[in-house]
Design a protein around this ligand. Sequence first.
Ligand SMILES: Nc1ncnc2c1ncn2[C@@H]1O[C@H](COP(=O)(O)OP(=O)(O)OP(=O)(O)O)[C@@H](O)[C@H]1O
Length: 580
Amino acid sequence: MPTWWVRKSGKNKDDSHLLDKSIRRFSTDNKSIPDPPTPSRCTPRCNREFAGASCFSDEKKCHPLPLPSLPTDQVNGSASVSSVSSSDSAEDQSQPRGHCDVKSNGAAASSKAGGGTRPTSPLHNRVPGMSLESSTGRNDDGRSSEYHPLPLPPASPTSPSGLPLGSPTSPSGVQGSWIVGGSEASSLGLSKWKKGKFIGSGTFGKVYQGFNSEKGKICAIKEVKVISDDKNSKESLKQLNQEINVLRQLCHPNIVQYYGSELSEETLSVYLEYVSGGSIHKLLAEYGAFTEPVIQNYTRQILAGLAYLHGRNTVHRDIKGANILVDPNGEIKLADFGMAKHVKAYSTMLTFTGSPYWMAPEVVMHKNGYTLAVDVWSLGCTILEMATAKPPWSQFEGVAAIFKIGNSKDLPEIPDHLSNDAKNFIRLCLQRNPTVRPTASQLLEHPFLRVHSPRVAATTSIQKDACSRPYDGICALPTREPPYSGRHPVFHAIKSPSRENVRAITSLPVSPCSSPLRQLGPAYKSSFPSPQHPSSYAFRVQDNLAEFPGSPFRFKKDALIEPSSYKAQTPNSPFRSRLV
Ligand SMILES: Nc1ncnc2c1ncn2[C@@H]1O[C@H](COP(=O)(O)OP(=O)(O)OP(=O)(O)O)[C@@H](O)[C@H]1O
């Protein structure tokens, strides 16, 4: 057994001075007024953007936002509509799930599997100065990103040569209406994807089911409204754009597949693989805590997705039950990449991002930034969530929990009924020193994930083979020994990055997550409420600051947020706040 399996948690220096420092940053004149408990969804996140690190403090780094309702003459000659969307070729879309052709440069793949030339994706009508990718029309890594893959359904026979100018946009919000962006349908200004039933809302938009009436395929459409001069809309668009930029480069059976995106006058829509089982969070709320074999199976798949993600130097930063979807076969799909970020070499990520209860100590303490290891901590928390149907530290209110995470040596309670392997696994994930936390790839070898049942092994094997198309010409997926074999998983062409020395791929600005959209009314609430936290409460911000009663933590009002929109971060109070 590798030594790190049995390594005790790294000795934790007394970090109270750091926390004190954090606390001292908060002003003391506060008059917070507790709100009544909120029944809203349990997706609390925090975001602390430090001066200089904030997206808003460095506009150049920000993704330009779509400019809604532009005069028609600005729209690249368009007669009436600014529509930014694109298409993967039919080839891409015709692949079964998992056969993806991920394009890192935004360009259509140049050749078919058979060697022929495949139709390229359309160049979109681009609004001057407006890009889904960046202000320069390039990704931050300098690669051109002139267009997105079109949201064509899998198995779509043809690819469009371009979107028509002046495509009519369907009225958003009308169920069953057509959405601009299809292939042949482009001549009609119609998409093959039809917006269907409402699935749920997140902080930054609503999710609908989409249906392709030609192929009978189903997708999920994540949609954000484009509202001129609306800060919330701007924030949501940034967040979704961030998600697009990360997701479009990923292809893994345990990561929700990106199909394409589209910007119309009214909405930014992202087309995603539809995962019908809902989130782990939802399953826990409906059916209660999972048994150990289920936890084991899900954990293995979460780790496979994470190992792939980390192999691309990308950190998810919001791993938790609500962001992990389960399909009817029990396949896990990591979702909600709005917080995800590529890790830069030697860079320190100082954004305070994530959901408090799942947040790693180094994020809370903002010690020298943080790395891929934050996802491993959150995984440990998610395992506890699966085992107890509650987030870890749930006996504490939001800031008290943050205090506990950041300034104590305590571990969250680990249920006694779990096996020793499971307990050991959790403890490894929850080591306070991130440098001794095992990587996702290493954890795949842990005895806890050893497959005892040949059925589970077969399932895992099928999943691994499913996504066999290369990324950038290199197969980035595990194709040899499955991780449960007890040997180190082999990820072709992926080097597990050293946490201290990760190569920069690109760095995309992370939108602050303090969007008030989390606090808004029913329209923004998920159709599936989180289980009530026993000690939940909300609070209101007065002036610029708010604090939890009896807590030294204070939250500065986000520049973009109306004071009344703040809520406390409890497991069922979905707020993101910027700590200063
Ligand atoms: N690809 C998908 N397939 C099926 N359902 C999905 C998909 N993506 C999201 N959903 C569901 O849509 C709802 C909203 O998801 P979304 O990712 O926008 O927000 P969230 O993760 O629930 O919350 P937040 O963004 O605040 O963290 C959730 O109920 C989620 O389970």
